[in-house]
Write a protein that binds this ligand. Sequence first.
Ligand code: ARG
Length: 400
Amino acid sequence: MARAKKVVLAYSGGVDTSVCIPYLMQEWGVEEVVALAVDLGQGDDLEAIRQKGLKSGASQVIVQDAREEFVADYAFNALLANALYEGSYPLATALARPLIARLLVKCAKAVGADAVAHGCTGKGNDQVRFDVSISALDPRLKILAPAREWGMSREETIAYGERFGIPSPVKKKSPYSVDFNLLGRSVECGMLEDPWQEPPEEVYAMTRAVSDTPAESTYLEIDFVRGIPVALNGSSLRPIPLVTELNRLAGENGIGRIDMVENRLVGIKSREIYECPAGVVLIQAHQALEALTLPREVSTYKRGIEETYAQLVYNGLWYSPLRQALDAFVEETQKTVSGTVRLRLHRGTATVVGRKSAFSLYAPKLATYSEGDTFDHQAAEGFIYVWGMPTRVFSQVNLP
Ligand code: ARG
């Protein structure tokens, strides 16, 4: 029995997703495969991908530019939540999956497909993100994941493809598995699988080695409106050029490299190298502006929300009611997060060196140690008497 009649496949142009096309038709009885290639700023030659998809047997290859949507509706939402998985990873790969899933579902409707497919294996997080997102958006759609079931080694996969006219990779295959989009690069496999080994310089593509960075500092100003970055050094920029330019500036200064061992949702620990130049700088700047403009209690409470938010994105729950609820909270907090942050980029580090806002809660007259201080020092004594009461009483009762 055929698993499906007409399938829309998330297509990258790589060996695995190319082999998925004949595999779906030959082994699983699918009549027609439509390949969907989504442009998220990965810099591939999209025309070459289109040709390769057709050569691999797709009835059509649809190329869709989703860069603006990716940055504005996915990456910037996560920025408002300062989302960093396990405190470090800005979620570049994780944020792209729900968007690709949404486009797959939309495309399936448009071309009348009864299933969608992706090339994820059974060990990673991405299969979870795709499957959960797709079934949240259309619970009736079938989801096919050939690479999760075919059990072929890399060599076998290439040989299978060759039988159907899919050329084996021309270059000697890099030992790394790389995922790349406007927000960053994720690199694993090869020698990186040994968490004791320092990553060789060749794994990096968006950032310079610190030893190669300019000796001069680069100063940078970022304007935010309600938490969203809208300008660099005083010039207004749309989301794509803003992130692109920030990737360049931060990358040149060696900023945004992350080497981490993380906990995958499927229980495995894995070692991954990330490059997220713009992401790292934006989160740092955004946090600095929040520190100036959010009341203490909101900041404290929001930190817990941020942790939950990052886990939710990582764990594939983008289209969950929880994300909508958290977004509503986060958005409410951003009403006053407008202003400018100044940073110094130098030798692999971004440092916030200034911040200003019309909503600044920083009150110079309260903060100053110089003349003009309006803080009521006398009031402190009574406050401390009450604040310290529980601790004092505990000691009175329990100290020997
Ligand atoms: N560990 C990251 C995540 O789960 C990236 C996964 C993809 N990595 C890769 N090198 N292909 O979001």
